[in-house]
Design a protein around this ligand. Structure first.
Ligand code: PMP
Length: 454
């Protein structure tokens, strides 16, 4: 996820050049606000006031940390400011926040019972629905988070093969457990001892990593496309997908697709199915319950026995209400044009933004699928332009991300997209005027190992 030390030019590096007391005024600089009051209280009782990827530590200073509510395409921050949400909860929100049918199914089950002494009938309904939906799947196991599903996938692969080595792409994110977290604190080397690395879309490097693993190769774990943070996103080369499939079959290893982030945003099946490469295992999370906490591991019949052998459980994995939400979500995926809709909206956004960028003289790189756009600026090694742009978008009521891919949801309308494009038009114009005053974010500089030189 993080790139090696790179030298970049910068005008200022001190923390005072960024943050609430930044010398460069931000368009929505925090005044005494509900968000600020919550941050002050949080700083006393929560490490760093907030942790993980939803912390604003790696976002522009003006970004709100806390939100009151969400509905359809919008979020309301702790100060009641309404924002068009182009992050969709970092993925879970596929059909719109609080989709009425999903919420009704959730509430109905909640009224009956949620975390009980065993699962509800809906667990079987949901497993049947997923097996019917995802071509490679013969069985399903449920959990809560993407990390649960990727971790369980690796465990099943090792149980099935009796081998240890798992190959993952350089820079890929597969969760926050010790074996895969990008943060080294508190992680012993032994937890990652049996991971090999390859370059995404590079068949020769995958071959080399597999050769190095030799007869200890348990699995190849891949994202559906290269959706690394802080980098342009790249589609998967179908030839690479088929090569990975053939390699795993030839070497007796399992192919795992990590569909946690992109699942059901690219296809109504596993994301690699349209590429002609069916995995043995696929990990799902985020969108499958349209915002409710549920994830899943799906597998082919060939590895069903191993899945039955591993010890996999958790106090809340069998909670019924999120399963009912997921079942309702799957029904809507089958019966609505949500996918065609987010692609059409994404295309409208990409085209509108490209025009605005050109009009204002910005080289904006829009990569990734249109429904999961990644926006980075050319010649912006320390991301200061991207941060400035995100600030200006926020000031215009649109929540965008300066270094992570974004997400569209099916509750968005053409008018929402046009509003985002209009906001971008204003933001990109103002950004030209602010260009010389933009400063790099010190935490980003530190995390990316950037060496800032003036
Ligand atoms: N895999 C991928 C590709 C992800 O994007 C994520 C979450 N960003 C995970 C795994 C981990 O999911 P979770 O945060 O729900 O544990």
């Amino acid at each position: 996820m993080l790139s090696p030390c790179r030298a970049v030019r910068a005008r200022a590096t001190s923390p005072a050049s960024y943050g609430p007391h930044a010398r460069n005024p931000t368009p929505t600089a925090m005044t005494a606000s509900a968000d600020q009051a919550l941050r002050t209280r949080a700083a006393r009782v929560i490490p760093n006031g907030m942790y993980g990827h939803e912390s604003t530590r790696l976002l522009p200073a003006a970004f709100p940390q806390f939100f009151q509510r969400a509905e359809g395409a919008h979020l309301w921050d702790a100060d009641g400011r309404r924002l068009l949400d182009l992050m969709c909860s970092y993925g879970p929100n596929l059909l719109g926040h609080r989709h009425p049918q999903v919420e009704a199914a959730f509430q109905r089950q909640l009224a009956q019972g949620d975390a009980m002494t065993g699962p509800a009938p809906v667990m079987v309904d949901l497993a049947e629905a997923l097996v019917a939906q995802v071509a490679h799947a013969g069985w399903a196991m449920f959990c809560k988070n993407g990390t649960d599903a990727t971790t369980m996938a690796v465990t099943v692969a090792r149980a099935h093969t009796g081998r240890r080595q798992v190959l993952v792409a350089h820079g890929a994110y597969h969760g926050a457990a010790p074996w895969c977290t990008p943060g080294p604190a508190g992680v012993v080397a032994e937890a990652r001892a049996h991971l090999g690395r390859f370059t995404y879309n590079d068949a020769a490097s995958l071959d080399a990593a597999a050769d190095a693993a030799g007869d200890d190769l348990a699995a190849v774990l891949v994202a559906p496309y290269r959706h690394d943070a802080f980098a342009d996103n790249t589609p998967c080369d179908p030839a690479f997908a088929r090569h990975a499939r053939a390699l795993c079959s030839a070497r007796g290893a399992l192919l795992i697709v990590d569909d946690v982030r992109a699942g059901f945003r690219l296809a109504r099946d596993c994301s690699w199915a349209p590429l002609g490469a069916q995995p043995d295992l696929s990990a799902w999370g985020k969108a499958i319950g349209n915002g409710h906490p549920i994830s899943a591991l799906l597998g082919s019949d060939a590895c069903r026995a191993a899945a039955g052998q591993i010890y996999a459980t958790d106090s809340f994995w069998f909670a019924a209400a999120p399963m009912a939400a997921a079942l309702a979500t799957l029904q809507l995926l089958r019966e609505t044009d949500y996918l065609e809709r987010i692609v059409a909206l994404g295309t409208r956004l990409r085209d509108g933004l490209a025009e605005a960028a050109q009009r204002h003289g910005w080289a904006l790189k829009q990569t990734g699928p249109v429904q999961m756009p990644q926006w980075l600026f050319d010649d912006d090694p320390d991301f200061r332009i991207g941060f400035g742009f995100a600030e200006e978008m926020l000031a215009r009521g649109v929540y965008v991300h300066p270094w992570h891919n974004m997400f569209l949801n099916a509750a968005m309308t053409e008018a929402d997209i046009d509003a985002a494009v209009a906001a971008a038009d204003g933001a990109l114009a103002v950004l030209q005027a602010r260009r010389g005053m933009l400063r790099p974010h010190p935490v980003v500089v530190q995390r990316l190992g950037l060496r800032v030189v003036d």
